[in-house]
Design a protein around this ligand. Structure first.
Ligand code: ZN
Length: 255
């Protein structure tokens, strides 16, 4: 497992990212009866179960995007990663396990055949780890993708989640849904609260994403009390906490 890859920050790569975001591969319209908030955890470290505890305590379920080359490994930054027992526990508790590629491949840089093969390996590895359920949610590693990869992901999964910030309102691309990152800084908290307010006002669908969860998370993770605050506020404001595929159903994005 390559733990330290960074997507290209060159000008052409940044332009490409913008163009891909605007070109919708799978048009859908978000029309829920009530705003929907979806907490998601990428890669994912075992401490993300702390996030599951909070969302569950407030009557909802969350999404966990599993990168299978990290399964049973110890990340130098995020600590112990999920294993087959973690997947079983999440299933038993009604949370959703999503795909996140096997090798955490940059889907903007890799050829489509490589992306397809890597996601295929991801699904096979999940099956071999005892996850027999259909996997219908996907998140792009680093949020990186191409138009071709989005098309393919849209054929295979109900939803693809990116990391470009924003609330999913009105016409969206269900294979590159926007998401707000949760982190440790005051800026992260302010942005998350502002996005939640927009989600409520526009009756939209808001994804939050992070990695590890704890009282003192890493720079990739989110504090327990931030997740708690957002979950409480979302419910007070009339939102539903739903895992990705249920969220897609509630929003009318899929049947
Ligand atoms: Zn990831």
């Amino acid at each position: 497992m390559q733990w330290a890859y960074t997507p290209s920050r060159t000008f052409p790569a940044r332009v490409q990212r913008r163009v891909v975001q605007w070109r919708k591969a799978c048009q859908a319209t978000v029309t829920p009866d009530r705003p929907v908030v979806t907490f998601t955890f990428d890669d994912f470290p075992k401490s993300a179960l702390n996030g599951a505890d909070i969302v569950e305590k407030h009557g909802g379920r969350a999404g966990f995007y599993a990168c299978t080359s990290m399964m049973g490994q110890r990340s130098p930054v995020m600590g112990e990663m999920f294993d087959a027992d973690t997947l079983a526990e999440l299933r038993a508790r009604g949370h959703e396990v999503g795909a996140h590629t096997h090798s955490h491949v940059d889907c903007a840089r890799a050829r489509l055949e490589k992306v397809e093969r890597d996601i295929g390996e991801n699904l096979v590895a999940l099956g071999e780890a005892g996850h027999g359920e259909t996997v219908s949610a996907f998140a792009f590693p680093y949020g990186e993708t191409s138009y071709a990869a989005k098309r393919w992901v849209g054929d295979v999964f109900a939803t693809g989640r990116g990391i470009l910030p924003g609330v999913n309102t009105g016409d969206v691309d269900r294979s590159q849904l926007r998401a707000i990152e949760l982190g440790v800084s005051a800026w992260h908290r302010r942005r998350a609260l502002a996005a939640l307010k927009t989600c409520i006002e526009t009756k939209g669908w808001l994804f939050f994403f992070t990695h590890d969860v704890g009282a003192s998370p890493t720079s990739y993770g989110a504090p327990t009390d931030l997740i708690e605050e957002l979950a409480v506020r979302a419910l007070e404001d009339g939102a539903v906490l739903a895992a990705p595929t249920l969220g897609a159903v509630l929003c009318g994005v899929i049947d």
